[in-house]
Design a protein around this ligand. Structure first.
Ligand code: NAP
Length: 294
């Protein structure tokens, strides 16, 4: 993709360099000194160059907007025609001292940006992590952290999600653009932990969801995997009433249907003496607590 960077400071400079290393063509723009843009482009490699905001915008598949909230109007004006452009914004609507959000609750910076650039396709992303962690994540020094993004239009969100993945994060679709009302204050929390916490600013986050759709009930006396049986719970709370026994081989020969199953936990019971003859023997009609790991 060709990506125009509007605002080449901490976020724009680093993300632009990362996107270049991920194989994208980059135009760095909007800094107070042109030499800075040239230096960034030189460091990012042959696929990067420096330019004016208008050059960054023309022909871009996506724009990364990374300026202080007070510079939004100016950079949009300099960018020119933004009709149909995907703008991935990491901007937080902060006051000049960067101490407080100046937009919130009933709106968000991302929504206000959409009003300022009504013909652009806005996606809010990258605003919930400090710039200090970006290279570490890209270089896989951290296990792939989450990164929330939101927007109102699927094709622009797909572009943002691809860029998030390229940067080494796991994209988490937070829904419509108005979800930025939640994610922007969350960005401040992450910033607070990064800059005021004791562990340093190289901080990212990861959402985890516990999955319990399948419990493994080990066959009594089982010695090999093929002897192991599964009980699929109909509900998390009751393994006894709705449990259905399925051989292990059957489970693995079928695609798992539920997209919400991000992890499959296998819980193996201690192996008592007898071999299974019925659901009862296999442990499937025992209370749900019985399927816990021994
Ligand atoms: N930094 C973070 O960790 C972080 C994390 C999450 C979200 N954000 C948000 O991301 C956005 C960008 O943050 P940032 O830290 O990258 O900001 P930054 O380092 O200050 O970068 C802003 C860019 O805008 C340029 N600029 C400012 N005034 C200008 C002017 N009058 N004319 C031309 N260029 C001008 C700066 O030029 P110079 O390079 O010459 O200074 C710089 O390249 C902000 O909205 C911030 O709230 C930041």
């Amino acid at each position: 993709m060709r990506i125009g960077v509007l605002g080449s400071g901490l976020m724009g400079g680093k993300l632009g360099a990362i996107f270049a290393r991920a194989g994208h063509e980059i135009v760095f723009s909007y800094a107070r000194r042109e030499e800075k843009l040239t230096r960034l482009a030189w460091a990012a490699g042959a696929a990067a160059r420096a330019g004016a905001p208008r050059e960054a915008t023309q022909g871009a598949d996506a724009l990364l907007l990374a300026v202080h909230w007070s510079r939004i109007d100016d950079v949009l004006k300099q960018a020119g025609d933004l009709s149909g452009k995907v703008i991935v914004t990491c901007c937080l609507p902060l006051n000049p001292g960067n101490t407080e959000l100046v937009v919130g609750r009933a709106s968000s910076g991302a929504e206000e940006l959409a009003k300022k650039a009504p013909r652009a396709r806005i996606v809010s992303a990258f605003h919930t992590v400090p710039s200090e962690v970006l290279f570490d994540v890209f270089e896989r020094k951290l296990a792939r952290p989450s990164l929330v993004y939101s927007g109102d239009e699927q094709s622009s969100k797909a572009i943002a999600a691809a860029l998030i993945r390229d940067a080494g994060f796991d994209p988490v679709d937070a829904g419509p653009l108005k979800s930025a009302r939640y994610s922007e204050p969350f960005g401040l929390l992450v910033g607070h932990l990064a800059y005021n916490g004791s562990g340093g600013p190289e901080l990212a986050y990861r959402f985890e969801r516990e999955c319990r759709p399948i419990s493994l009930i080990a066959a009594r006396n089982s010695r090999s995997f093929s002897d192991i049986w599964f009980a699929r719970k109909r509900s998390n709370s009751d393994a006894s009433s709705g449990a259905r026994i399925t051989p292990l081989s059957d489970i693995f020969s079928r695609p798992i249907r539920s997209a919400s199953w991000s992890t499959m936990r296998i819980w193996v019971r201690d192996t008592p003496k007898r071999s299974p003859r019925s659901a009862k023997d296999a442990g499937c009609d025992t209370p749900s607590g019985d399927s816990r790991p021994s």
